[in-house]
Design a protein around this ligand. Structure first.
Ligand code: ZN
Length: 294
């Protein structure tokens, strides 16, 4: 782990008040790499009063495995999270996500639309870097397709022994990260406005912020991007589901620190409510159209 060379201390709040809606030169393309299904209790806190009132019970919930392409004429092409490795489709026995973990989750239920290798090969520009929202399987399983030497950025505490899970899961991470450079850790500074747990102005030009939203994992990171079409908020797994975001219910058992996860969820949701122009893109489902159209 090394400190990220990118990023300077700055609060998005002050800038946002003046210029959130001013277009910048980023564009954000959200790619649905695969459809999948996972237990609802992992995605939504079913013990939350709202979830109880709605009578929600655990079941296999359809989700999407996204990655987001951020493009800028000077900064380059970055991806937020990593989609699905090509070997997952063509040679699943050789994929990083294989073995017992892939049986349990299960990997063969992934309905892959585009692999990261194929997607990258179709881009005119080289990949300048990878921003991970967090170190969970469904966010790193495309890493083997990322060219070695590509800088990979993530939040603090993600590679701690406890955070990485059991031995079988650790093996998957080790394989996914194999051949890659040292991971670069965001040097979050205190948010002067006291709203977020930490913020980084990634390029120092108030166009793209990494926001520390701990709880789902210790280093979970959301991204706020000023694009030509208005501001975009990539929540990562601060909220996996549309239902959770809409009803104010944070993620469930997949989060490592439930109360911190609930707090980060509330902070990010309140921020979005104050800025209705935000195009909010959730971790694993499309944002409800009623909210998106506000
Ligand atoms: Zn996820």
């Amino acid at each position: 782990m090394a400190p990220a060379a990118l990023g300077s201390a700055a609060s998005p709040n002050a800038t946002i008040a003046q210029s959130l809606d001013e277009p910048d030169r980023w564009s954000v393309e959200t790619v649905n790499a695969a459809d999948w299904a996972v237990p609802l209790k992992g995605l939504v806190n079913l013990k939350h009063p709202e979830a109880k009132a709605a009578g929600l019970e655990s079941r296999d919930e359809p989700i999407q495995v996204y990655f987001h392409a951020l493009r800028h004429p000077e900064h380059g092409l970055f991806i937020v999270d990593t989609g699905v490795e090509k070997a997952q489709v063509e040679a699943p026995k050789e994929a990083a996500f294989r073995g017992l973990v892939a049986k349990v989750l299960p990997a063969d239920a992934l309905d892959v639309h585009v692999t990261t290798a194929d997607w990258l090969a179709a881009q005119p520009e080289a990949l300048s870097g990878v921003f991970l929202t967090h170190l969970h399987l469904d966010h790193v399983m495309g890493l083997p397709d990322v060219p070695s030497g590509t800088p990979i950025y993530l939040g603090p505490g993600e590679t701690s022994e406890r955070s990485l899970g059991n031995g079988f899961v650790k093996k998957v991470f080790r394989r996914a990260l194999e051949g890659h450079d040292v991971l670069r850790e965001w040097q979050f500074s205190d948010d002067p406005d006291g709203r977020f747990a930490g913020v980084v102005d990634v390029f120092g030009d108030a166009s793209l912020w990494a926001i520390h939203v701990p709880g789902h994992t210790p280093g979970s990171t959301a991204f706020l991007v000023r694009t030509g079409d208005g501001p975009v908020l990539l929540t990562g797994d601060v909220s996996h589901t549309a239902w959770g975001w809409e009803h104010g219910v944070e993620p469930g058992t997949f989060s490592s620190d439930k109360s911190a996860s609930a707090l980060s969820f509330q902070i990010l949701r309140a921020f979005a409510a104050e800025h209705p122009s935000l195009d909010v893109r959730l971790g694993h489902q499309p944002t409800p159209s009623a909210l998106a159209a506000r």
